[in-house]
Design a protein around this ligand. Structure first.
Ligand SMILES: [Zn+2]
Ligand SMILES: [Zn+2]
Length: 667
């Protein structure tokens, strides 16, 4: 059967090719340079193997290393295959399961033979060496189509139970592709690079091992996962390793310990023990936020921690959110040794996972008129959410957290103005806190949701319009829409800030909600004398104090601006003759509202300098006999390149007091 397809290239030119022609053939016909550089193809928008023949008239774009996102994705998936082949070559009896590309590399989940146990870090260098051998052998990666029973029989014969189980669950009409690297075969959707030699043997590194469950389910067999990072060339890998080192140096858990800020322990999984130093930073940040909210027309409230299940039923949380709630029986526990502690048949209550329903209950107290709106209720609300232990991470992902939460109840015609005001407030706060660079995203309706399609259409469009009018959806700000990522009761705006080493964090949100106020019977009397449901804007700027403080710690690498630093200065003596004067310096600074420590220990000054710089104390004030006589201090800022400067005590007080002012209180 002879048949021709027309293949349209990105420059608009069209080539007529015979059935059986592949993108690789087209690349070769264009020129040997392109044939060598091509890694894969986009055929009618779908990423495919270079050697896979066209099936119809197609639009073709050849992918080279210049298409970095696609090239990285392909390379990482290839690295995963090479890893699996290497592990099976070295450790016969190891079963393969799955190995996808990740954000910076790849992983593969294995079932090692029972007599061997899970992989360890010690196994990684030898596996890396075998991977390099496979890459250098430059074996083609070939796509084959098999039918289901053949795939199953093949894997059963190989003792690969996981793959055999999986293939039988694929939809019957799905074309099943197997990828062959020489003798080695894996069930895989592809696509892949044309051969293993297209990978750079010096552009990957196996990074760690961990446990995982087959299909992510704890009831299934445990697997051994090997992670790697993979790139297109050695230079990219090295840059990534430097970034990782930088991130490790800034890790909030490490700095939290160095500065004695907080700790975590299993007796309170996911809840933080804030030490005095850490809580100083919290209190500074909270006081700052309180001043900003007060002057922006918010009214602060405090609502109950525990509420009846009936209330959560009414708000919809019981149905859609119960798996994340801590449920508590409304019962006095049995104090006797015998018998169950709890009867199991009392009414249920739950710790609040959100503050919203309680704020509606406050709104509902007393009749509201259209003239009373907007009403902005703020709460530093402590919430609990039942996250699985494995999902917790330092103070960034916790189970007990405090949101800088607020709900704005307003009329339809006030949405735009309230959103604009919120965007301005958030912008100003982010700048004050050192995050001038952030992106705005609009998250649209998710699959699991409350409310009619019409309501969602309106809510989404309102937010779009509001941000446009607020002047934030411009070229200065990165603006994006995220389908499917809204909350179950509303679409939302997300604010993603960028930290000092280029990582992004979603912190601020604004959710436009028509549903919950109606569900919970909130209303106001309109100009027409009728009852109307207010619109509710759920909004936060920091997100949670816990996570935001974690981000701040990593952003500053512990070197906080003076207004946030737990200890702002340490007065260190060179000789004991200066002790009295050092105490006087401390008292004078404390009287000026500064947080100061005295270090009168009988230690060498270099030792003291080193210790206080490890604790990230912004200023060291060195005093000796001469400083005491002349009523000066030698001021030494934190940092290796810091220059010491002799300054009079009065001038020092003025200078530190001015620098320690929170950003909103400066002139
Ligand atoms: Zn694969
Ligand atoms: Zn809310």
């Amino acid at each position: 059967m002879s048949e021709m397809f027309s293949i349209k290239l990105p420059d608009g030119s069209v080539r007529e090719v015979e059935r059986g022609t592949s993108p690789a053939d087209v690349a070769a016909a264009i020129g040997p340079g392109l044939a060598k550089a091509a890694l894969a193809a986009r055929v009618n928008g779908e990423l495919r193997d270079l050697a896979r023949p066209f099936e119809e008239d197609s639009e073709l774009a050849l992918i080279t290393a210049r298409d970095e996102a696609d090239a990285l994705e392909l390379a990482r998936h290839d690295y995963a295959h090479v890893l699996a082949e290497a592990a099976q070559n070295l450790f016969p009896g190891t079963q393969i399961t799955f190995g996808p590309a990740t954000e910076d590399g790849f992983y593969y989940d294995f079932a090692p033979p029972a007599d061997r146990g899970p992989f360890t870090e010690e196994d990684l260098p030898v596996i890396e060496e075998e991977m390099r051998r496979i890459i250098r052998a430059n074996t083609p990666l070939v796509r084959e189509e098999w039918d289901r029973e053949k795939v199953r029989d093949f894997f059963v014969a190989q003792g690969e139970n996981f793959k055999a189980e999986w293939v039988m669950e694929l939809p019957e009409d799905e074309t099943i592709s197997m990828y062959r690297t020489g003798e080695w075969v894996d069930l895989c959707r592809g696509p892949h690079l044309p051969s293993t030699g297209r990978l750079d043997p010096d552009a990957f590194k196996l990074t760690r091992v961990s446990g995982a469950y087959w299909r992510g389910d704890q009831n299934n067999p445990q697997l051994s996962r090997i992670y790697g990072t993979g790139w297109l060339n050695k230079k990219q890998l090295e840059a990534h390793l430097v970034r990782l080192e930088e991130a490790a140096r800034r890790d909030h858990r490490k700095i939290g310990q160095e500065m004695d800020l907080f700790h975590l322990q299993p007796e309170a999984h996911g809840s933080i023990f804030w030490h005095a130093n850490g809580y100083i930073i919290w209190r500074q940040l909270e006081a700052y936020m309180r001043r900003r909210l007060d002057s922006a027309g918010y009214r602060e409230v405090k609502t109950p921690q525990l509420m009846d299940a009936r209330q959560w039923e009414a708000s919809g949380h019981w149905g859609k959110y119960r798996e994340n709630m801590f449920v508590v029986p409304d019962e006095i526990p049995n104090p006797e040794e015998e018998g169950p502690v709890l009867s199991g048949d009392s009414e249920l209550m739950a710790l609040k996972p959100m503050n919203c329903p309680a704020h509606i209950l406050i709104f509902r107290q007393g009749i509201k008129s259209y003239r009373d709106l907007p009403i902005r209720l703020a709460e530093f609300g402590c919430c609990h959410r039942n996250e699985p232990h494995g999902a917790l991470h330092g103070i960034l992902r916790v189970r007990q957290f405090t949101q800088d939460d607020a709900h704005i109840f307003c009329r339809q015609d006030q949405i735009v103005e309230e959103t604009r005001r919120f965007c301005d407030l958030l912008d100003s706060i982010y700048r004050d806190l050192g995050f001038a660079n952030y992106a705005i995203k609009l998250a649209l309706r998710p699959e699991k949701r409350h409310g009619s399609e019409e309501t969602w259409d309106r809510a989404e469009q309102d937010l779009r319009d509001a941000v446009q009018l607020a002047g934030r959806a411009t070229a200065d700000y990165q603006w994006d829409e995220l389908p499917g990522e809204g909350a179950f009761y509303s679409p939302k705006l997300e604010f993603h800030l960028t930290d000092a080493i280029g990582r992004t964090w979603q912190c601020g949100t604004l959710q436009l909600d028509y549903v919950m106020p109606e569900r919970l019977g909130a209303f106001y009397i309109g100009e027409d004398g009728e009852k109307h449901t207010p619109v509710m804007l759920h909004r936060a700027i920091l997100g949670t104090f816990e996570r935001f403080l974690g981000i701040l710690i990593e952003h500053h690498a512990g070197r906080f601006p003076l207004w946030l630093a737990p200890v702002q200065a340490a007065v260190a003596t060179i000789v004991s003759d200066a002790d009295d004067y050092a105490r006087e310096v401390v008292q004078t600074l404390e009287a000026a509202g500064l947080r100061v420590e005295a270090d009168l220990r009988n230690e060498k000054i270099n030792y003291k300098v080193r210790e206080h710089s490890l604790a990230h104390t912004p200023y060291l004030l060195v005093v000796g006999k001469r400083e005491a006589e002349e009523r000066n201090v030698a001021l030494r800022p934190l940092g290796a390149d810091a220059r010491q400067e002799v300054i009079g005590l009065d001038a020092l007080v003025e200078r530190l007091r001015a620098e320690a002012l929170p950003p909103d209180l400066r002139a």
